[in-house]
Every structure is written in C-alpha cells, then in structure tokens.
Design a binder for this molecule. Structure first.
Ligand SMILES: [Zn+2]
Length: 402
C-alpha cells in the first residue's frame, strides 16, 4: 500500500495501514522516509552467529576459544542491522550469546539456538582431521561435543544439549561440504538414532532440524520425525513427496556453497581443496533439487548458513530463491510469515498488524519489483526490534512510532 504508516507503543504495534486511515497520535516521535517499503522484521532460520565468517582453518588453529566466541558480538550486530530481527542458530553458538542479547549486553536478533551439531563418527559433525587432530569450527565453551553413535549415546547427548540450553536439536543425517572425511551423497545416522533424538526433544516440546543433503538422509530424517530439512541439495521425487506428506519445511541455504567457493578464492589455503571441490560439485545439483521442491509446493523458509559467508549479507538468499522459482512475494513470506509460523511465534511476529510485536524494517525501493534489493544491506534504512529503533537511516517519510 502507498503511504504506509505503522504506529507502535512500547513493544507493540497499535495501528498499521495507509496514512488516510491511521490516526497518528499528536505526541508521536515521527520517522519518515520516501521510496521505502515497510516489512516485518526479517528472519533467517539457519545462521551460525558464533562462527567467524569465511571459514579459515589455519586461522581457527591460531585463535583462542574465548576470542573465537567473541566473534558472536559483531556477528549479532551485523545481522540485526541488516534487518534480521529473529534468527534460528543452527549450532556452534552457546546459550550465553542468546542470554547476553536478551539481557542487553550487546545488540542482536532474538534467537532460538541448537547449541551443538550432532552426528556420527566420521560424519559432518566430526571435527577429526586426517592428521589425527580435531579442529572444531567454533568455540566449544558450554557447547557439548557432537559425535554420537548408537541409540543410547544419542539419548544421553540430546539430554546434555537440552541441558545446555538448546531450543532445537540439530542432527546431521547426511554428509556435508565442510567436513574432512564424508560424502554429501551418503546418509548418516540411523533412523533409530534420529528417532530417539526426536523423542527426547519432544519430551520438552522441542523439535529437530537435520542437515540433510542426500535423498536417503532426508528420508531417514523425515521418517524419524524431523521438522526441518536444512540444505536439501539432492532431493529425489520420493523425498519431495515425503516432505509434503509430513508437512516438513525445507531451508535451502542456496547461498552457502557459493560462499564456500568465494571464500576459498579470496583466501587461498583457508580451506582444504577437498571441501572446495565438494562445494563446486554441489551448486547445480542443489539448485535443481530446490527448484523441484518449489515446483512441487514444499514449504520453504529462508536460511543462509551465515558464518560460512558474511553475517549481515543474509538478504542475498532471497534473489537465489526467486531464481529457483519462487515469486518475489513468496520469497519475502519465506523470510517473515513462514518462519514465524515454524518457530510458533506467529501470534507475535512475522506480519505487521495491530497487537503484534513491533519488529519492522524499511528497505529502500520496491523489493517486489526487484528482489535483488536485499543483496545490498545498506538499503535497509530502518530496523525496529521489539519497539526499539536499532537502526535509523531514513531520510524523510514513512514510519511513525511513539
Ligand atoms: Zn549450517
């Protein structure tokens, strides 16, 4: 709608609509802008806030764990400044980061976190390197080690991760790109191991997310009751049908493999060639897989794997989703309304309406006409989280708040 106005008081929206129908209270502090589009706060369902962007193994080796963890501070700020007011962290980030943001120690998005990444020996979550040394990607302060084999060991590990503050349990049910000794085409963990994780999470009302590239890995995860499939690079028809049947959500993270390749080109020697090759082999297959899922009507929500690439450039994923077949409005909903629903926050977040939490952004230009606007984070002119203006680069007219 043209001449959009949003009014909020404390953390809640009190009115949203065209200027002609919304009464602006006389004592309101007014923020205005031209050529801006007002949107709900954006959501990214797959980030790693505790991970320094652009994975660089030699640098990780030389970085103290405490310093490694402090990368979360600028990462949280960059994510929020880019308009992402809510994220789900897919592992490596300890609960202290979430608590620190909640307590106002430093700015960041509201978050649900997975804490650890669980997988089998030799799998995607195994930090073992062929020289025999283990190189964990992030800081391991109160992040339980993620290697699990067998049902009993999974049961105990999930309980430990829940104790460490996890909102989601992250499992690796296939090989991956940034792991030294596995194959993305392989399935990892057994259905029984995955199912016990789903059971334990459900006892406290929580759910599982699966890093799953291979079709077999996706199907095993879905059969065991996993709610979200991360990456989904190699879906076949049967996996797509099962996603729909189970009502699962796909988080494509199309930007991630590109970020691996760009990072390695920019910093030669930062990643083993084996991992870069795996990323290169994935790009086309991944796109075809996501295209097929979109065409079949699988529920899609936005995620980037930020940490693999830069924090704050999360918006680049939207253009890739459109390239894979989504309408611009669908891609925007996959970054607002759909993730809010998945996170069970739809009563408070995900759309702009009176009574909802005042999480909103204003982006310069019309993203329905050009989804590529999200590629440039400086176009995000206004960011409001929970009624607080956390970024204001408006020039003159649009949003109104008390
Ligand atoms: Zn990830």
């Amino acid at each position: 709608m043209p001449e959009a106005v949003a009014v909020w008081q404390n953390d809640r929206l009190t009115a949203v609509g065209p200027r002609s129908s919304v009464r602006i209270p006389p004592n309101a502090r007014v923020l205005e802008g031209d050529n801006l589009t007002l949107l709900p706060g954006l959501m990214d369902l797959h980030v790693h806030l505790g991970l320094e962007a652009g994975i660089n193994f030699p640098r990780i080796l030389m970085t103290p764990a405490s310093l490694q963890l402090l990368h979360a501070v600028p990462n949280c700020a960059a994510t929020l400044q880019a308009g992402f007011t809510t994220v789900r962290d897919a592992g490596i980030t300890p609960v202290g980061v979430k608590l620190a943001v909640e307590r106002g120690f430093f700015p960041g998005p509201r978050m649900e976190i997975a804490v650890s990444i669980l997988g089998q020996t030799g799998g995607h979550a195994d930090p073992w390197m062929p020289c025999g040394v283990e190189i964990p990607l992030g800081a391991s302060l109160d992040v339980p080690d993620g290697v699990v084999d067998g049902v009993d060991s999974m049961r105990r590990k999930v309980r430990e991760v829940l104790r460490a503050g996890a909102d989601w349990i992250k499992l690796c049910t296939s090989g991956g790109v940034l792991s030294a000794s596995d194959d993305p085409d392989a399935a990892q963990l057994t259905v029984e191991e995955i199912a016990v994780a789903v059971y334990e999470a459900a006892t406290v009302g929580k759910r599982c997310m699966a890093h799953a590239m291979s079709a077999r890995g996706v199907k095993n995860a879905l059969e065991a009751g996993v709610m979200t499939i991360e990456h989904g690079c190699l879906l076949d028809e049967e996996a797509i049908a099962l996603m729909k049947q189970k009502g699962a959500t796909l988080i494509p993270t199309l930007v991630a493999a590109r970020d691996v390749i760009v990072g390695a080109e920019r910093n030669p020697g930062s990643l083993p060639p084996l991992m870069v090759d795996k990323a290169r082999q994935m790009i086309q297959r991944h796109k075809a897989s996501v295209q097929a899922a979109i065409a079949a009507g699988v529920t899609i929500a936005m995620g980037t794997d930020a940490g693999v690439g830069a924090h704050g450039d999360n918006g680049r994923e939207l253009a890739l989703m459109v390239e894979a077949g989504m309408a611009p409005m669908q891609a925007i909903e996959a970054t607002t309304r759909v993730p809010a629903q998945l996170l069970r926050m739809q009563d408070r977040l995900g759309t702009l309406a009176a009574g909802k939490v005042a999480d909103l952004i204003a982006i310069e230009g019309d993203p329905l006409a050009d989804i590529g606007l999200f590629n440039d984070r400086s176009r995000v002119r206004l960011v409001v989280k929970g009624g607080r203006v956390v970024r204001d680069a408006t020039r003159s007219r649009v949003a109104v708040g008390i």
